[in-house]
Design a protein around this ligand. Sequence first.
Ligand SMILES: [Zn+2]
Length: 286
Amino acid sequence: MKIVTDPRCTEYSAPGHPERPERISRTVEALKAQDKLKLTWTGPAPAGEAAILRAHTAQHLEQIQKPFDFDADTPAYPDIAAHARRSVGGAWQALQSARAGEAAFSLMRPPGHHAMRERAMGFCYLNSIAIAALEARAGGCKRVAVFDFDVHHGNGTEDILLDQPGCAFISIHQHPAYPGTGLENRGGNCFNFPVRPAAPRHEYRAILARALETLKKFRPDMVAVSAGFDAYRGDPLADGTLEAEDFYWLGETIRRMEVPAFGVLEGGYSMALPELVLAYLSGVNG
Ligand SMILES: [Zn+2]
């Protein structure tokens, strides 16, 4: 399995912000310290401008270069546009690996699934998974599914993929919670599975299982996973109840579909993040 990362993604931060560099550096350390999973390491590929412009407006690309905060959660860090582009490149590289037959995971920041066609929000600037999904379509995949198990609704991915031919978006998330969307299905291709706050673990698992059935029914020839680990019971940003073994099970279920797949890190803010990523990747690897 291939892990895509770049140490430059740890070079920006804001005091007290939960989306912090240690999320990546500690996870890289944990993955390098273990020997159960055979991993190969690579860096992000440069993502083409034309590919980014399938998902975002030119005006949005200009906007993220400016030194103005987008909202309290989404500051205008120095060089954030370059960081966001490298994170897109991580998803891009992971997609290339999946197309070549090797499972891959992009371990980069910033995350992307809240970034809308023309708005940065929720720690997200460019929507890496949507850009990669549209690139997969342009590159010949007929049916591309984005499966988003971050505890927050991937409103940006939905905004970009809504009614895009050959694309489906499937999200399981807490509701009510940030950003407040994702209560209903939208268009013919966006399927939302809300979970009430603090729902017991078996209930959360049952909703995940329904979402996975919807994923299988779509019969994708490429699965792009928005992997957020903030539905974990110990996460400070939401009220999820999942355990590490549930993330293993998610990875295992996706592997058993026997469809090319890649993952991209979205959220996950607890100290257990390295262990949760390792559990998920172990499931993907088998
Ligand atoms: Zn999240």
